[in-house]
Design a binder for this molecule. Structure first.
Ligand code: SF4
Length: 424
């Protein structure tokens, strides 16, 4: 593991926090060397507690200890304190990401992105070593947009796209180590190629053509403004996964304008309609910020209505958190934490309903599942479909990193279970 990034975890508070940290360790220990806290590490994940002032104080103290142990490290802060003091924690030295409880996927993605930057062209361990079946192919860095809430353009700089030939080489190498699904990522992936006379659609074509052994290509998070028609057309390719994370941020055109998002709610709707014409079974997931300055009850109601109308398969929701140096600092109309908390709960319910309806639409359907490592002692193994629905199948009859056709026959407590049909 010497070439792998090192990671250390610090956990404060209750058993829930302990369990969540254990889950993160299980998720990340294959791609990172886990060190005892506070040994100098590349990444720290700090799971905070805010049950008392003392717990709050200790949480901040642990963040400072991590920073002192390695001022170059990426600090990822999660847990209860994040819900109450996101701004204060985000402003602490070294803090790279504030992640809510609902945002565990993002922690793994952030660590993976960090890993990618550290290792450059080196490859992660193969899926047979890790049980992970998706690899990230980072196509670009930086962003030329200036969304009012975002500090990324200041921290990552202007858009910079990777050489397509190098990306093909890297994809080939990842395929040779056994990966069956590659996810195109970047700070603003839709802009890929604008700085070198290329485009994401042409890159995708080239990758599919020149690395035919990869059966699944997925586009990660993308901005609605960066979705040209030639990319929409690529969605019809059966190797392109029918799932897009299309960042909405708000369902209110008034709030989107204040966010400087360069599209309005109707443009977003029209894009979704166009995408669904190209790929009728397309699953859409999204990001939503709750309580952006000036967000009224009417604005928020428009967001809720949009979640229902689009039928998102998943919503990553974030309470608005002011970042120093962003345009949002100059905006009036701050929304109180109590109102933000209440809206977060309502959005969470709307998102859960939309997700449940989407999952239900697969009941009785045949899906292709790419299997992953099973939790210790579990009779079932998780996997993801091309639509990025998590599905559990028999662990005894399968191994990690296999593609199986399976029929979804049960959905219980938000989890889908399927009967195996044939191995692809
Ligand atoms: S939110 Fe995305 S598109 Fe907007 S400035 Fe940040 S990175 Fe760029």
């Amino acid at each position: 593991m010497s070439n792998h990034p090192t990671i250390a975890f610090a956990t404060l508070g209750c058993r829930t926090n302990q369990a969540e940290t254990a889950q993160l360790i299980a998720q990340l220990s294959d791609v990172c060397a886990v060190l005892p806290f506070p040994e100098p590490a590349d990444v720290y994940v700090i799971n905070t507690c805010t049950v008392t002032h003392e717990a709050d104080r200790q949480s901040r103290q642990v963040i400072r200890r991590a920073y002192r142990a390695n001022p170059e490290a990426a600090l990822i802060v999660t847990g209860c304190a994040v819900d109450y003091h996101p701004d204060e924690l985000a402003a602490m030295p070294g803090v790279r990401l504030i992640a809510t409880r609902d945002d565990k996927e993002r922690i793994a993605a952030e660590v993976a992105a960090w890993y990618d930057r550290k290792l450059g062209t080196e490859l992660p361990p193969s899926p047979s070593q890790t049980g992970h079946t998706r690899a990230w192919l980072k196509v670009s860095e930086g962003c030329n947009n200036r969304c009012a809430f975002c500090i990324v353009p200041q921290t990552r700089g202007a858009e910079l796209s990777q050489d397509p030939a190098k990306l093909v080489d890297r994809a080939r190498a990842l395929a040779a180590t056994g990966y069956q699904e590659l996810v195109l990522t970047g700070t603003n992936v839709g802009m890929y190629g604008r700085d070198r006379g290329e485009s994401l659609a042409r890159l995708l074509d080239r990758l599919i053509r020149e690395v035919p052994e990869i059966p699944r290509w997925r586009i990660a998070s993308i901005e609605p403004i960066d979705f040209p028609d030639e990319l929409v057309e690529r969605l019809a390719d059966p190797k392109v996964c029918p799932q897009i994370h299309l960042c909405l941020q708000s369902g209110s055109s008034r709030v989107l304008a204040r966010m400087r998002r360069r599209y309005n709610a109707d443009q977003y709707r029209r894009l979704v309609a166009k995408l669904r014409r190209a790929r009728p079974d397309l699953a859409l997931t999204t990001d939503i910020i709750v309580g952006f300055p000036g967000e009224t009850e009417e604005d928020f109601a428009e967001t809720l209505a949009m979640v229902e109308e689009i039928g998102f398969a998943g919503v990553h929701q974030f309470p608005f958190s002011l970042r120093e140096g962003t345009h949002a600092e100059t905006l009036d109309g701050r929304v109180s934490p109590a109102v933000i908390g209440e809206r977060m709960a309502r959005l969470s319910e709307a998102a859960a309903r939309a997700k449940a309806a989407w999952q239900e639409s697969f009941r009785g359907q045949e899906v292709e599942v790419l299997t992953e490592r099973a939790p210790e002692g579990s009779p079932e193994r998780p996997g993801h479909t091309a639509h990025f629905m998590k599905v559990w199948v028999s662990a005894a009859e399968t191994a990690p990193n296999q593609r199986w056709m399976a029929r979804v026959d049960r959905i219980e407590d938000g989890e889908a279970f399927a009967t195996l049909l044939t191995c692809c």
